[in-house]
Design a protein around this ligand. Structure first.
Ligand code: COA
Length: 191
C-alpha cells in the first residue's frame, strides 16, 4: 500500500474528480441494470460536475476522497438515507458513491475509507450505516459482509424505463445486533 496516498474530506475543488469516478464506477457496475440511454441519462443527472457540486454544498452530508500523487482516485459519500427501509431510521445514515479507481482496487484503500466513514458517521451521532448494492455486484456484497454489514432485504430502484434491483445492507455502527424485518420494496432513484 503506497503511503503517499491520503484519505481526506472532499472540498469543492474535488467535484470534477468525484464526478469522473462516479460516472465510470456507476456505469461499470450497472451496465446490466439499465437501458444504455437511461444509464447515460442518470449519470448526467446525478453525477455530472454540476449536481455533484450542488450535493456537496448541502450541509448534512460528507464525501471522503482518496488523494494520490496522480490525483483523486477514490470517493465515498455519506448522506441522509434515501432508501425505503433506511429513510425512516432516525439513527441511520447512507453510504453511496463508493468507487476506487480500477487500477488501484484491491489495495486496501476501500477498507480504510470505509472505516474512516464509519467513525465520522458515528461521531455525528448516527448509529447505523445503510447501503444499496446491485445484485450482480457479488464482490462488493462480500466486501460489505466482511465489514459487518447484514443483508436486510431487496429494493428495486426506478429511473425512466430501468429498474435495477439491489440488496439493502445495514451495519450497526455500535456493533450491536440490530433487529429489522427483511423486506422487498420499490423506490424512485435518489442515489
Ligand atoms: C468496492 C470497492 C470500493 C472496494 O475498494 P478496494 O480498495 O478495492 O477494497 P479493498 O482493497 O480494501 O478490499 C478488496 C475487496 O474489494 C472488493 N473488490 C475488489 N475489486 C472489486 C470490483 N471490481 N468490484 C467490486 N468489488 C471489488 C472485493 O470484495 C475485494 O475482496 P476480494 O479481492 O477478496 O474479492 C472497490 O473495489 C470498487 O470501487 N469496486 C467497484 C465499484 C463498486 O462495486 N462500488 C461499490 C458499489 S455499492
Amino acid at each position: 500500500m503506497t503511503t503517499a496516498f491520503t484519505i481526506r474530506e472532499a472540498v469543492m475543488a474535488d467535484a470534477e474528480a468525484i464526478s469522473r469516478l462516479c460516472i465510470s464506477g456507476f456505469s461499470y457496475i450497472h451496465e446490466s441494470g439499465f437501458l444504455p440511454e437511461d444509464l447515460t441519462a442518470i449519470c448526467e443527472e446525478l453525477f455530472s460536475t454540476e449536481p455533484v457540486n450542488a450535493d456537496m454544498l448541502q450541509g448534512d452530508r460528507f464525501y471522503l476522497v482518496l488523494d494520490t500523487p496522480d490525483g483523486v482516485k477514490g470517493c465515498l459519500r455519506m448522506a441522509p438515507p434515501s432508501l425505503h427501509d433506511a429513510k425512516f431510521d432516525r439513527g441511520g445514515f447512507e453510504l453511496s458513491r463508493f468507487y476506487i479507481d480500477e487500477e488501484i482496487r484491491g489495495g486496501g484503500w476501500g477498507t480504510k475509507m470505509l472505516s474512516i466513514a464509519h467513525k465520522r458517521t458515528r461521531s455525528m451521532g448516527f448509529e447505523r450505516s445503510w447501503l444499496h448494492v446491485f445484485i450482480p455486484n457479488a464482490r462488493a456484497q462480500q466486501f460489505y459482509l466482511r465489514h459487518g454489514y447484514q443483508m436486510m432485504g431487496q429494493e428495486t430502484l426506478h429511473f425512466r424505463n430501468s429498474e435495477p434491483t439491489g440488496y439493502v445492507m445495514m451495519k450497526d455502527l455500535r456493533q450491536e445486533v440490530c433487529i429489522a424485518a427483511p423486506s422487498s420494496v420499490s423506490s424512485p432513484m435518489d442515489y
